[in-house]
Write a protein that binds this ligand. Structure first.
Ligand code: ATP
Ligand code: MG
Ligand code: MG
Ligand code: MG
Length: 440
């Protein structure tokens, strides 16, 4: 992509409404624009990152055997009256009336809708488990939308739902999701720590929030410092080995980690930690939950069991805040000059800077480099604009592409370009071919 043809409205000034780094940087880097409170348009640069995160989330769901589908954003009130949540959900639910005076709502989540799909077509335990997910816009009328896309009203979520015949198989499904989440966040280049979460009135021990540590997080969190360099890739874990997977999950959860609501300072595990207890703040980027028959019972989602009796299915739901993650990744990785994208989600891998647009030699060398990078399958954003070099450097650092190749008249005389690593700041003078080799 040529920057002269790309819609990238960067800002020099820091927008006054933005209180935290990720919000400031997303506005300054031209990634999003607010339409109205908590509702954002995703401009081309932001959209590319959103889609990359979505794709990694999707691949890890697919790998554990979940099926993607797409449910509507607008739902009928009756479904939520059946589960009993229409009144309970409160003001966060955006309620709408259609022209026939029917009560509708913009889905804040989809347990009811998926349960309805399930109950209409699944009859027998032989069809279980059913593992489904979608990636869709949600709306919650948050009392205080803030921090940009981190607490929006309209936001993009992956939510998965599972239907199992009994608790043991539901727990196996839960463990698969747990592993998939650990792998997803690792691929996104960030440490998200699973912390035991409150399961509310349903009880049980099967709910975890995945939390990225950041000073600007909304909740206080506590964890053993061992978490900071724990490997969460689950190498060699066999998904179909129930016991092996359960042992891996339990082993991973051995070290203490808790959110404010669940933290117990007098707990033996906590007092034993002493100085090894990290007290900081965190951002909830995922939440997994086993809730048994909470929806299947009132909504009649039953199957015929092996003994011929009707049983309500065991359900769970599992969310990832895809749009929140864009902000959370920036909170976890930026410096005073801008964003520093992990390679896996960077909008482009390389920024190509022409130091003297209009100079025949520079233009020709850049065109050649642009073509070679593109042909090598490398995503490159070529700054071919006719502006001062200083502005090009500043914009390139701001938008945080992992690599920069700088081509100017002085280097060309010596047959070299400058290759800069955005994260380390390290700059080397190499031939263009060497740079291409290194990036391929
Ligand atoms: P929070 O505690 O931040 O309000 P939640 O517990 O209400 O989140 P869940 O119902 O668990 O959220 O939804 C799953 C995921 O969706 C969350 O872990 C979070 O990443 C994301 N999410 C929830 N609310 C928002 C929001 N207002 N804006 C952006 N992402 C959100
Ligand atoms: Mg909430
Ligand atoms: Mg929460
Ligand atoms: Mg939650």
């Amino acid at each position: 992509m040529r920057l002269s043809q790309f819609f990238l409205p960067t800002l020099k000034e820091t927008p006054s409404e933005a209180q935290i780094a990720s919000h400031r940087l997303m506005l300054r880097a031209g990634m999003v624009r607010q339409l109205t409170a908590g509702i954002y348009s995703w401009l081309p640069l932001g959209h590319r990152v959103l889609k990359k995160i979505e794709q990694i989330v999707r691949e890890e769901q697919d790998k554990i055997g979940f099926n993607e589908l797409l449910m509507p954003t607008i739902q009928p009130a009756e479904l939520w009256q059946e589960s009993g949540r229409y009144d309970d959900y409160g003001l966060e639910m955006l309620r709408i009336t259609d022209r026939h005076d029917r009560k509708m709502l913009f889905g804040p989540t989809n347990e009811e809708a998926i349960t309805d799909i399930f109950r209409k077509d699944v009859r027998s335990y032989k069809q279980l488990p059913q593992l489904l997910y979608h990636i869709q816009w949600k709306f919650r009328d948050e009392i205080r939308p803030r921090f940009g896309v981190m607490r929006g009203r309209e936001f993009y979520m992956k939510d998965a739902y599972s239907f199992d015949i009994d608790y043991e198989s539901a727990r196996h499904t839960y463990n698969k999701i747990f592993l998939a989440y650990c792998r997803t966040f690792t691929r996104l280049g960030v440490k998200a720590i699973p912390m035991v979460a409150d399961t509310g009135p349903i009880g049980g021990d099967l709910s975890h929030e995945f939390i990225i540590l950041a000073d600007t997080g909304e909740s206080e969190v506590f964890c053993d410092k061992k978490w900071l360099d724990k490997d969460l890739t689950g190498k060699g874990v066999d998904l179909n080995d129930r016991t092996g997977l359960e042992n891996w999950v339990q082993g991973t959860l051995e070290d203490y980690a808790a959110t404010e609501e669940m933290h117990d300072a007098s707990n033996e595990a906590v007092t034993a930690l002493g100085d090894d207890l990290v007290t900081t703040r965190g951002i909830e980027v995922g939440h997994i939950f086993h809730f048994g028959t909470k929806y299947s019972e009132p909504m009649g989602a039953t199957v015929l069991g092996p003994d011929g009796a009707e049983v309500p299915v065991q359900m769970g739901s599992y969310g990832i805040g895809v749009s929140r993650l864009v902000g959370a990744l920036i909170e976890a990785s930026h410096d005073e000059n801008g964003i520093i994208w992990p390679e896996s989600v960077a909008p482009y891998k390389v920024g190509l800077i022409n130091l003297r647009t209009g100079d025949d030699e520079c233009d020709a060398a850049c065109e050649d480099a642009y073509a070679k990078l593109t042909n090598a399958g490398i995503e490159v954003l070529y700054d071919d604009r006719d502006i001062r070099a200083g502005g090009k450097f500043a914009d390139m650092d701001l938008i945080g592409l992992p690599w920069q190749i700088v081509i100017g008249p002085k280097g060309l005389k010596n047959g070299v370009v400058e290759l800069k690593n955005r994260k380390s700041g390290e700059k080397t003078e190499v031939t263009f071919e060497a740079a291409l080799n290194q990036l391929s």
